[in-house]
Design a protein around this ligand. Structure first.
Ligand SMILES: Nc1ncnc2c1ncn2[C@@H]1O[C@H](COP(=O)(O)OP(=O)(O)OP(=O)(O)O)[C@@H](O)[C@H]1O
Ligand SMILES: [Mg+2]
Length: 1079
């Protein structure tokens, strides 16, 4: 359910001054102070919002607050600027009424801040979407740009707006922002050249010098040091709480968002730099022959840099500071400028340049933010204009500013009264007139076309002859002397003749907001706002395109001899236009008040506030508002709020709200003259009546609260009791069940015990019986079995004995065999053919099988072993086998050769370079090469020879030279003779009659006898178509030496003969070889 709240809830003081009782200035100020002390900075006068400047940030501008005030009635929540913004926005959106928000107050009262709050609120509550958000962002970001160029620190405000701003925000029918238009009013351009004590030039100058990068400054030919520039006042160049460098970044960023191109930003900064440079140009007098002084630029450096920046020819500008051309009726006259005139010209140029740049910025922003769609727009205008100001020294600018504020006050009076009047008419209530101060008379003093101050100033400016500020003052003194708001020492009005607070060169105006003393000095010049044509033409000649745009009148093709309209005239016209514009819109007022002059929070200076309250006419405002009826409210919310005061309307009234309110007021005995029934609202004449109603409501709320409390407590106790009762029943039920359960379990246990005892007794009895019966049965069976057994044994004994032995034998033999074979499996020897192990024979009857198995196993593993042989190995074994067949058990040397491998080539004849010749002599592959001893037939001594065997012959060669001594083809070898003993002698017997046999047989000895003979036998067998070579093994054989046959005899020698066999010639027919006896 939505909670209905009201402005009247939790009020501090009164939220709406209309309800103030008693109403006088003291109570008014006291109410403001009380609210201000409680951080309530906003107070209403009906629909007007009074805003006190808190001079500190308060947590009341959060997004949550925006949500709180969104779509709520104006009086529903405590006073807030958001309520006004919401009201304006909703009536714009829902009722299609153009709105304007008029923010007034003196300088530093918070107008600019208020305008930003209104804009940000509207931005937050209006439609969303990419395009809409972009528009919003551009509208909001136009503020920092304009503030940088148009705001400055003054003694009253660190961020004082030095221009007037009116911004129209345009919305479509849904209430989405489409764009906006900004109008600016008269920038206080005199500030560019000179600033009062304690004040600064426009922010942008300081921001540029503090925040721009070194690079940018170099490009702009600037120095970061403020003191280098004549136009920058130094006494308050830095302001506490203002970070110029950070602001510069914000401004650049804002310019980018608004849509400034990079080169446009650069151009703008160049013009700002040019203004600073301009200020540094100084002049010196130069005497001329005609006796007059002519000005000359003192130090041309700044002039040169400025001309470079803007692309102006230096000589042109220099000349424009020394001469002035006056054109009249086709005639051109050139006059020289003295130093004072040159300074005037320089400052005029700087002021014009800056103010035109500012206007260009506004136009450029407008280009970016203007609404694209051509459909009809709804408009919300926000006016933030420079506030009413009184300085020590007030000049033309203050006069203009205060005139503008005067006009705003005028429109406020007009519109407030009109609005009030219209509401009474709308609601059909009689209107009674009210007295208030109307400042129309002051406006008339200033703007009257015949004898207004502005008109007279214009007249004076346009008058031929010598015109000075004093002649202007004289004129005022004569024409305005009688005016009750004009005061001057020299006026005809004698009462000021002795007023020493009024200097001779001044006049004073009693503004609605107080008396202001204006010094006339500069009025004429400022109104004329003259810029020598030579200067504007020099500017037009610049190559800087923005500069040319700013001085269109410098175009020689468009020379206009007509005087341009004066500043005062222009301002009056634009203010007039603004007022007409405002009158077409529904006004919403924010009246800003500053609580103290120290820019401090928490200080409330009564006199200052009182002064503002007076001149803002706030008391009159309240009085007008209360003239007829102090309070008004639509019937529905009124009935909703007070319905509890009457039995008929409480809790529900089922009829029209108006009737309900009528019943209610009659029931509350409110006197009839205290209220009036409008068409949609009830009007209450006296705040007291309202407060009485409020008081009764509060009391009633107390009673209602008590009633609610009572019913709630009763309900709570009853519910609690019912709960307790229910719980008690549940607990009792559970307990009873538990007790019964316990009792039952006990009985059950007892029963079970008894049952078990009885059953046990019975069972035991049966068991005994059964046991007895079983034993009887067993006895019978045993007896029967014995008897049967005896019978059967007697019957079968004879068959059993005949077969049992054989069966047992077979069985046992089977078992033994089984065990033997299984045992054999586990004790199997290794697969090596030379492994002789074999398990022991377990039973002698298995001997045959055991030996056979061993043999089979050996053959089998030999076969396996042979299967792994390579071809070479196989050949080696074949040779070994052949050797065995030849020598085994025939020659004693054989066993020792078994383990020696048959190497064949012991000389490595292929590799050894020593035998290269020999090798080449032997064409075939060498099967065997070794050193042998050739036995000398004469003395039986041996001499070493190389023995080579090839496939077809054997060769004997000299060991040292390698020269072939004999080469015998194998077919010529008939037999070989060896002894049975362990010596290495062998005789090679050749075929008788063959060519080789010419020298006789060979008797040789070798360590590798077995190998040589085997190889010879093998090669001889396979080679040629020859019979096998015979191998003679005997201890005596004949050897043919040439013609003689010699017998070689082998005898066993004793140990004396040494370890090797020795050969000795015994006689012509006998060679004796003694062989050491075998160990
Ligand atoms: N609602 C606010 N909350 C916090 N501070 C505020 C508020 N309103 C104003 N101020 C403070 O007061 C200062 C002056 O306010 P602002 O610039 O709005 O005055 P102004 O009425 O526009 O003055 P001027 O006529 O010189 O432009 C601000 O810089 C800010 O410090
Ligand atoms: Mg301002």
């Amino acid at each position: 359910m939505e909670v209905k709240t009201s402005l009247l809830d939790n009020m501090i003081g009164v939220g709406d001054m209309v309800l103030l009782e008693p109403l006088n200035e003291d109570s008014f100020i006291e109410n403001l102070r009380k609210r201000f002390d409680h951080n309530e900075i906003y107070t209403y006068i009906g629909s007007v919002v009074i805003s006190m400047n808190p001079y500190r940030s308060l947590p009341i501008f959060t997004p949550e607050k925006v949500e709180e005030y969104r779509n709520r009635n104006f009086y529903e929540l405590s006073p807030h600027i958001y309520a006004l913004a919401d009201e304006a926005y909703r009536s714009l959106r829902d009722q299609d009424k153009d709105q304007c928000i008029l923010i007034t107050g003196e300088s530093g009262a918070g107008k600019t801040e208020a305008s930003k709050l209104v804009m940000s609120y509207v931005a937050a509550v209006c439609g969303k979407g990419q395009e809409v958000n972009k528009v919003k962002e551009q509208l909001l970001q136009s503020n920092p740009v304009l503030e940088a160029f148009g705001n400055a620190k003054t003694v009253r405000n660190d961020n004082s707006s030095r221009f007037g701003k009116y911004m129209d925000i345009e919305f479509d029918f849904k209430g989405d922002p489409l764009g906006g238009v900004i109008s600016n009013y008269l920038l206080e351009k005199s500030r560019v050249c000179k600033q009062p004590r304690g004040e600064r030039n426009f922010h942008i100058f300081y921001q540029l010098l503090s925040g721009a990068s070194g690079d940018t400054l170099t490009k702009l030919k600037l120095d970061r040091d403020f003191s280098k520039y004549n136009y920058l006042s130094l006494d308050s160049a830095t302001v506490s709480g203002l970070d110029d460098a950070a602001s510069f970044r914000t401004v650049r960023n804002a310019m980018q968002i608004v849509g400034f191109m990079e080169d446009e930003v650069q151009s703008v900064l160049e013009l700002v730099a040019a203004v600073l440079k301009l200020g540094n140009i100084e002049f010196k007098p130069e005497s001329r022959v005609n006796g007059f002084d002519e000005s000359r630029v003192k130090d041309k450096n700044d002039l040169k840099e400025m001309c470079e920046l803007l692309g102006i020819e230096q000589s042109v500008l220099e000349r424009a500071f020394s001469y002035r051309t006056v054109e009249a009726k086709m005639e051109k006259v050139s006059t020289t400028l003295n130093v004072a005139q040159a300074y005037y010209a320089r400052d005029a140029l700087a002021k014009n340049l800056y103010s035109r740049l500012f206007s260009w910025l506004v136009t450029r922003i407008n280009e970016s933010i203007k609404a694209q769609a051509k459909t009809r727009h709804k408009v919300m205008g926000v006016l933030d204009i420079y506030g009413f100001e009184i300085f020590e020294d007030n000049s033309f600018e203050q006069f203009i500013i205060n005139y503008c504020n005067e006009k705003l006050q005028q429109i406020f009076i007009e519109l407030t009264l009109r609005e009030e009047q219209e509401e009474y008419v709308r609601e059909g209530i009689e209107w009674t007139n009210i007295e208030y101060f109307n400042n129309a008379v002051i406006c008339d003093l200033i703007e009257n076309n015949q004898n207004g101050i502005l008109a007279m100033l214009d007249e004076e400016c346009l008058r031929p002859g010598t015109v000075t500020d004093d002649t202007f003052l004289d004129k005022l003194n004569t024409i305005c002397a009688e005016h009750q708001h004009f005061e001057s020492r020299l006026s005809k009005n004698s009462k000021f003749l002795t007023d020493h607070s009024l200097p001779h060169s001044c006049f004073r105006i009693q503004h609605y907001a107080g008396k202001v003393l204006y010094r006339v000095e500069g009025f004429v010049d400022k109104n004329n706002d003259l810029l020598y044509r030579d200067l504007s033409q020099a500017m037009y000649k610049a190559t800087h395109s923005l500069m040319r745009q700013l001085f269109p009148e410098g175009n020689p093709a468009k020379v206009n001899l007509k005087r341009p309209p004066t500043a005062g005239f222009q301002f009056k016209a634009s203010v007039g236009g603004l007022m007409r514009n405002l009158q077409t819109k529904n006004p919403n007022y924010i009246r800003c008040i500053k609580p103290n002059d120290k820019k401090a929070s928490h200080i409330f200076t009564d006199s200052l506030v009182c002064h503002q309250v007076r001149y803002l006419g706030l008391m009159e405002n309240v009085r007008v508002r209360r003239a007829g009826y102090a309070f008004r409210q639509p019937y529905e919310p009124c009935l909703e709020r007070y319905k509890m005061l009457c039995r008929q309307t409480w809790p529900h009234w089922r009829g029209p709200a108006r009737d309900g309110v009528e019943v209610l007021l009659i029931d509350c005995s409110v006197p009839a003259e205290e209220f009036a029934y409008g068409r949609s609202k009830i009007f209450i004449r006296n705040p007291r009546t309202l407060f009485t109603l409020e008081e009764r409501r509060r009391a009633c709320l107390q009673d209602l609260a008590t009633l609610i409390q009572k019913i709630y407590r009763g309900w709570k106790c009853r519910t609690h009791f019912i709960l307790l009762k229910k719980s008690q029943v549940v607990v009792a039920a559970w307990y009873r069940r538990y007790a019964q359960q316990k009792k039952y379990e006990k009985i059950k246990r007892a029963t079970l015990v008894m049952q078990s005892f009885t059953r046990g007794w019975k069972a035991r009895k049966i068991l005994r019986q059964l046991k007895y019966e079983k034993r009887c049965k067993e006895a019978v069976t045993t007896i029967a079995a014995y008897w049967h057994g005896t019978e059967v044994r007697r019957e079968y004994r004879k068959f059993f004995r005949a077969n049992a032995g054989k069966k047992i034998y077979c069985f046992i033999i089977q078992r033994i065999m089984q065990k033997y074979f299984l045992g054999l499996k586990t004790t199997m020897p290794s697969m090596s053919p030379i492994d002789n192990t074999w398990s022991a024979q377990p039973y002698s009857f298995l001997e045959g099988a055991h030996t056979e198995l061993r043999r089979i196993f050996h053959f089998w593993r030999c076969k396996k072993h042979r299967g792994q042989f390579t071809e070479e190995k196989k050949a080696v074994y074949e040779e070994k086998l052949e050797a065995s067949e030849i020598f085994k058990d025939k020659k004693a040397l054989y066993p020792s050769s078994v383990s020696q491998p048959f190497k064949g080539d012991y000389l490595e004849i292929q590799k050894n370079p020593k035998y290269q010749k020999l090798n080449s002599a032997v064409e075939e592959k060498v099967l065997l090469a070794d050193v042998v001893n050739k036995i000398n037939r004469a003395n039986g001594k041996g001499s070493p020879r190389l023995f080579l065997l090839t496939k077809s012959n054997f060769v004997l060669a000299d060991q040292k030279t390698g020269q072939v001594k004999a080469s015998v083809p194998l077919p010529d070898l008939t037999s070989v003779s060896v002894s049975t003993q362990s010596d290495g002698f062998f005789a090679l017997k050749l075929k008788e009659g063959s060519a080789s046999a010419a020298k006789g047989d060979f008797l040789l000895s070798s360590e590798h006898l077995i190998e040589i003979i085997t190889k010879l036998h093998r090669t001889g067998t396979t080679a040629a178509d020859k019979d096998q070579i015979n191998i003679d093994i005997s201890d005596e054989f004949l050897v043919q030496f040439k013609q003689d046959k010699v017998c070689v005899k082998f005898i066993q020698g004793g140990p004396k003969n040494g370890t090797s066999a020795a050969c000795k010639r015994k006689n012509n027919r006998l060679l004796e070889v003694s062989v050491p006896s075998s160990p």
